[in-house]
Design a protein around this ligand. Structure first.
Ligand code: FAD
Length: 472
């Protein structure tokens, strides 16, 4: 999620350092068919097995199949899409529980896809943003501008500080430590400090799905941006995965447990039998690789294992709240809240603006995002409502319904997307992408050095690995 691009895009160029330096006709095996397959302990032989039917796996498989390769996709879940997941349980509403935006619509392969398939998109205007203080008071535009300008200056200072550290070849530290250094001599008022925490959280921590304590000062922002502003898909991101999946052989409910590779080929052991192929593309999320729940035999090369350890998998969670009426500003895209507690409920997206339905979407990232996963749905909704009541008074109605994500504990991702902690670097994404023995190939957002944590990065990584196989 890239909530606060309003000022993020403005400052990104200032701070960059090393940078710039469906099922319809598809052959998806529904669970009942998969059960039959499992009973027969069938061995499906293909030229290439793709592990994971997220956007990376789907794009790899469709590119290979178009070039005449026989491909089978093994997917653990009972659905395709992975971290693209649209909920349709509320009447006439398609709500994205994973990715929401096409980040940077210009020269974006997702834009090309949505245009080719006439999928509707709506731009998000990050300038259309109301900001509320910790007492629920609405800040004026001038007050917001002042906060933004102060933050931009601060990031400039951080940038200078990091250049100085790099010149003296100092060890990497966290972004939080760098902020701490800057404020060692500068005293902030309580108000300024709350405003700073709000901006850090909404601009950086939501963007990277982790706390600044877990971001490398040297490399946190080494990723690249596409231009053109962001757009979302009011009728759901799953339209994209559905069109990509058409005509592909996808085995749902196939949880991969072990991957064996040797000169004779690749064997993939799942809960529904063993599958063999000449090559495999692995699109397992970084969180799954980090948990070490899938056995590789022989083990993955040490340098790949080390890169998996160094990179971080963060958490961004969403809470959709449906109300009987709209009590908030109908015309604003975003509603910000300067919380007394850093990281709690700092941004809401006004879903009404895109759908005409009385729905708000709250975001929580990093430590607090993960913490919410231990709470009951009722407790999470109550926490959101405490903030909304502060802003809109006690007379607002309780929500009629809610949808809550828990990506951190999801066994098929263990997190939302990757980031670069202290002492890791963009190079680790490249290492993750390195093939092993010309048999195992790796795709997925965490193999994209340029566009990690995005849908387009994942899609391009799938194309990259398909090309690599076809070149051989
Ligand atoms: C809350 C949230 C908000 C986001 N917002 C945005 C956004 O607005 N814009 C944007 O560009 N990006 C966003 N992202 C990031 C984006 O969703 C991901 O980068 C992208 O979807 C990742 O695709 P992938 O194919 O690499 O991985 P995945 O989609 O995770 O695909 C991997 C697949 O592997 C499967 N799998 C896992 N374990 C096994 C196993 N053992 N056996 C078989 N299969 C297995 C999974 O079920 C999954 O289907 C967001 C992500 C989240 C979670």
């Amino acid at each position: 999620m890239r909530v606060s691009r309003r000022i993020f895009l403005a400052i990104k160029s200032l701070v960059s350092f090393y940078t710039k330096t469906l099922l319809g006709s598809s052959k998806v095996l529904a669970s009942s068919e998969a059960n039959i397959a499992s009973k027969k302990r069938m061995i499906a032989t293909a030229e290439v097995i793709v592990i994971g039917a997220g956007i990376a796996g789907l794009s790899a498989a469709s590119n290979l199949q178009k070039q005449g390769k026989k491909v089978v996709i093994l997917e653990a879940r009972e659905r395709i899409g992975g971290r693209i997941w649209t909920d349709h349980s509320w009447n006439n509403l398609s709500l994205d529980l994973g990715a929401t935006w096409i980040h940077g619509i210009k020269n974006n392969p997702i834009t090309e896809l949505v245009q080719n398939f006439n999928i509707k998109t709506t731009p998000t205007n990050y300038d259309s943003h109301l900001l509320y203080g910790e007492e629920g008071n609405l800040l004026t535009d001038a007050q917001q501008d002042k906060i933004d300008t102060r933050f931009e200056k601060l990031l400039n200072s951080i940038n200078n500080y990091r250049s100085k550290l790099a010149k003296s070849e100092s060890e990497d530290i966290s972004l939080e430590q760098a902020f701490g250094m800057l404020f060692a001599t500068r005293k902030l008022s309580v108000k300024e400090s709350l405003e700073l925490n709000y901006t850090i959280n909404s601009v950086i921590e939501h963007e990277y799905a982790t706390d600044i304590s877990d971001l490398s000062l040297y490399n946190w922002d080494q990723d690249d941006e596409l231009n053109g502003g962001d757009a979302l898909l009011p009728d759901g991101y799953d339209q994209v995965t559905k069109v990509l999946a058409e005509g592909l052989d996808i085995r749902l409910n196939h949880v991969v447990q072990r991957v064996e590779y040797s000169s004779r080929g690749v064997r993939v052991i799942t809960n529904h039998g063993t599958h063999e192929a000449e090559q495999a593309i692995i699109t397992l999320p970084l969180g799954v690789l980090k948990k070490d729940v899938i056995e590789f035999s022989p083990p993955l090369p040490e340098r790949k294992q080390a890169a998996i350890k160094r990179l971080g998998m963060g958490v961004l969670n969403k809470v959709y709240l449906r109300f009987s009426e709209v009590f908030w500003d109908k015309d604003s895209d975003m509603l910000g809240f300067i919380s007394e507690n850093k990281g709690k409920w700092s941004e809401f997206l006004n879903i009404y603006k895109y759908t005409n339905k009385s729905v708000l979407l709250g975001f929580n990232a990093g430590k607090y995002g993960l913490e919410t996963e231990r709470l009951t749905d009722k407790e999470i909704v109550e926490a959101a409502m405490t903030v909304l009541r502060k802003i809109y008074s006690n007379s607002i109605p309780n929500p009629e319904a809610w949808l809550i994500t828990r990506w951190g504990n999801d066994p098929f991702t263990y997190g939302s997307y990757s980031h670069i902690p202290p002492n890791a670097s963009g190079k680790d994404y490249d290492i993750l992408a390195e093939p092993v023995n010309n048999q195992l190939f790796f795709a997925g957002e965490a193999t994209s050095r340029k566009y990690p944590g995005t849908v387009h990065g994942a899609l391009l990584s799938g194309q990259r690995e398909a090309k690599r196989i076809l070149r051989n």
